[in-house]
Write a protein that binds this ligand. Structure first.
Ligand SMILES: [Zn+2]
Length: 287
């Protein structure tokens, strides 16, 4: 199914599944609470998705520098470069790009929310000779400059999330380093968040009621809608709390459709405040 907002046609892509430690995914929330939402396996791991967003537009779509924009991909999933040990540890299952149901030769623009391996792994691949190459060499890649600098020199606690084989080859890409909140392409607005990692960019596609938000790891699953449910991976839970609150107030008031990049069950939804004022799903939107 395709979701249409204004002239934009959007489709989510399930690029794969994996598992991470449930405790790490919910930070200070006791297991007895989170396991009602997502059951853990015998290694304490919960199921997660890597869900991407594919955007096309009716009529002409021209970038600020006059290029013809054919299609925009947001994030690239885990990719296929993991060794057997990591594949087993995270139970990584990948759907290769040719199975995504999008015309790969039309990926002209690729927006990277941040370079953690489960978002940036699929940006590069190994060719038949085992050499690293870009998965979408023809695409203009967009990353926040401050995030790029940070990903190349992260603080030690976050180092395991940044793998150099995902990042180094991007030096050969057409890489646009964005400086702050900006309209990346007509109709696609990038906003910043700092609690999860340095300068994560989340995206808003279209305008008004039904605009589609892609919060990335600001709100990784629909189970993270309650404000204190914050990943243990985050750099600063207090910052994430405020950023989530601001995002969710807008999402409810402006009737956004919110895509959950890591939710194993719910691809996207509109949101509401429940009787206690907590943020909650209003209606699932499947596309
Ligand atoms: Zn992340």
């Amino acid at each position: 199914m395709v979701y249409q907002v204004g002239e934009f046609k959007l489709k989510t892509i399930l690029a794969g599944t994996f598992r991470l430690d449930g405790g790490a995914m919910f930070g200070s929330v006791p297991r007895i609470l989170w396991e009602r939402k997502l059951a853990a396996d015998d290694q304490n791991r919960i199921p997660l998705a890597t869900r991407l967003l594919w955007i096309e537009k009716d009529g002409n779509w021209t970038s600020a520098d006059g290029r013809d924009v054919q299609g925009v991909l947001i994030d690239a999933g885990n990719g296929e470069k993991f060794d057997d040990r990591s594949k087993e540890m995270f139970e990584i299952q990948v759907s290769p790009p040719k199975e995504w149901g999008v015309p790969l030769d039309r990926v002209s623009d690729l927006i990277i929310t941040h370079l953690h391996f489960d978002h940036g792994g699929g940006l590069t691949q190994r060719n038949d000779s085992g050499e690293l190459e870009l998965t979408f060499p023809q695409a203009v890649h967009y990353v926040q400059k401050d995030h790029w600098d940070y990903a190349n020199q992260p603080w030690p606690r976050e180092q395991a999330s940044f793998i150099s084989e995902n990042i180094k080859p991007l030096q050969n890409a057409t890489l646009v380093q964005l400086e702050g909140e900006t309209e990346i392409l007509p109709g696609i607005q990038a906003e910043l968040a700092f609690g999860h990692t340095e300068s994560l960019q989340w995206l808003l596609v279209g305008q008004g009621v039904g605009a589609v938000a892609f919060p990335s790891d600001l709100i990784p699953t629909s189970k993270h809608l309650h404000l204190p449910w914050i990943m243990g991976y985050d750099r600063c839970a207090q910052t994430t709390y405020s950023e989530k609150e601001a995002f969710l107030n807008r999402a409810v008031d402006e009737a956004w459709v919110v895509v959950f990049e890591h939710d194993p069950e719910i691809p996207a939804a509109t949101l509401q405040r429940d009787t206690r004022g907590r943020f909650d799903i209003k209606e699932v939107v499947d596309f």
